[in-house]
Design a binder for this molecule. Sequence first.
Ligand code: AMP
Length: 375
Amino acid sequence: MHVLVLGAGQLARMMSLAGAPLNIKITAYDVGSESVVHPLTQMSGGDDLESAIRQADVITAEFEHIPLDILAICEKSGKFLPSTEAIKAGGDRRIEKKLLDGAGVKNAKYFVIQNQDDFKQAIEHVGVPMVLKSALGGYDGKGQWRLKDVGQADAIWSEMAECIAASDNQAIVAEEFVPFGREVSLVGARGKDGSVAVYPLAENVHTNGVLSLSTAIDDKGLQEQAKQMFTAVADSLEYVGVLALEFFDVDGTLLVNEIAPRVHNSGHWTQQGSETCQFENHLRAICHLPLGSTRLIRETTMINILGEDTIPEAVMAMEGCHIHWYGKEKRPGRKMGHINVCSDDQQGLQSKLCELAKVLDKGAFPALHEFADRS
Ligand code: AMP
């Protein structure tokens, strides 16, 4: 099988690594440079997008902000999975909210803002404090504002007006502020036959809006709620592939924050922690192969490496630590790689995380240090 991935970043790279044992060959299309590349070497083989589409058995995506003309060409080929509808829902918060409401899935109260009058209505409808998010192009906490007090409304409006004017079809989605206790996510796969296999929930810690730690957790009540919501969303999209749902946990009740129609950073722990990793299961689903077991095989935490291109050798020497670099050039805050830390039990995992905090820099790994300080 030959899969073409739209996007040539770390997710395409890890799909390529997971596909090799199954004889699934991955080619990636770098949307920025408009070139077809090998996902590991980033070398171009000289193909253009049309010929890459012709040669592929299946086309998929590693991100949701894909130019609509490219999406349309891929959809027309009849090879694109999950679907244009799913990608658009992941890339436009207005469509995402409609999808969640249509699937009967709990999410934060919201109001769509196009102009200053809408903003006033949003304040009435949603209330203060509120979180304001650009409908298009926002990710990792970018394109967001917090309105804590109506006195800040004019200042925030001038920034939002600039954002709306800067691109076509832009709007702001105002959301009630959710006083959550923690954030969790569910990654799972849906096959063409409608079969669903979800991984254990992951508890996620963000630093400045970017995921820093993700740990598989065992909570039967929450898992059941999350699976029901996952199935409702995936079924309503007739989804094929891996899908991620991010939730707010408010005293044991889950509200969906957002969806990602692709393999997800909070599912990287599955590379060492589960019988079949999310990358393999995505490929299995889109290639119409049986889904693999999502069973937890060891307690695992994923630590994102942000803005660093080296880490102490002591980390590699530690039993149960697995490093995954993405081969990217160093930039402040950039996702450069991750470490999966594994142990047979939760106590062992906790001690390993504390050991790691002793050798990893506090400035670069603040969430790990906070965890170690609390333990
Ligand atoms: P997002 O890009 O929507 O995932 O938002 C980035 C982060 O902002 C989330 O991981 C939350 O920590 C926080 N956040 C987003 N929406 C809300 C909300 N409605 N209430 C409280 N916090 C939020």
